[in-house]
Design a protein around this ligand. Structure first.
Ligand SMILES: [Zn+2]
Length: 73
């Protein structure tokens, strides 16, 4: 899924991949970290979330979709 960073200084979209019931040693469960500003959000405690910055083309697609009301959750 894609989400937008809630930090007022950032607000950039990024990709989130959720892995239910699987927590690699290097990751804390339930933490979603913005790849742009490292703000940490809380998610499902039984999942691991891996985040990636969007490609510039995807980022503009997200902003277009959002302004037309069809953004993904
Ligand atoms: Zn951010």
């Amino acid at each position: 899924m894609w989400m937008r960073c809630p930090a007022v200084t950032c607000r950039r979209p990024f990709q989130v991949n959720q892995f239910k019931g699987y927590v690699p040693a290097d990751y804390e469960s339930g933490k979603i970290t913005c790849p742009h500003c490292a703000t940490v959000l809380t998610g499902d405690q039984n999942s691991t979330f891996l985040t990636h910055a969007l490609l510039p083309s995807d980022e503009s697609r997200f902003i277009e979709a959002e302004s037309s009301g069809t953004a993904q959750e």
